[in-house]
Design a protein around this ligand. Sequence first.
Ligand code: FES
Ligand code: FES
Length: 163
Amino acid sequence: MDPTATTARSITVTVNGVRYERTVSVRTSLADFVRHDLGLTGTHVGCEQGSCGACTLLLDGEPVRSCLMLAVQADGRELTSVEGLAPAGGELHPIQQAFWEHHGLQCGFCTPGILLTTYDLLRREHGPSPCAIREALTGHICRCTGYDGIVRSVQAADQEWER
Ligand code: FES
Ligand code: FES
């Protein structure tokens, strides 16, 4: 029996609208797959235990912690990473623009995950209260901003994003 048959699998995923076919180790996390196999390094890895939210991706439209998933679990599914929010070389997405203008980031390590959770929140809700924004972002740790700038940025994005 081929020893790689139990340790590697061929998977097909669509990421930011692009279809990829890759052979991956069954032990590879989805975060490592996106970063190392696909080169989409906007997805960050902090705690690797589901606490910080830096690795958040949208899987079939729902935020997931990609450090807690295996790449093989994404087989046949659609992912959005922060690179998918705005096309390369184009304008920023209104959420990104709002974070830029309202000091929603400093070092930026937490930012990709927060942007994707904000995208999910604002697609579902118009005019979320500061309390609702904080609740939606409870799964994200930011060491820099104190969160006030983030909440203001989400409120501004809510106003600016025509969806
Ligand atoms: S790296 Fe995934 S939650 Fe922290
Ligand atoms: S901006 Fe630095 S961790 Fe959030």
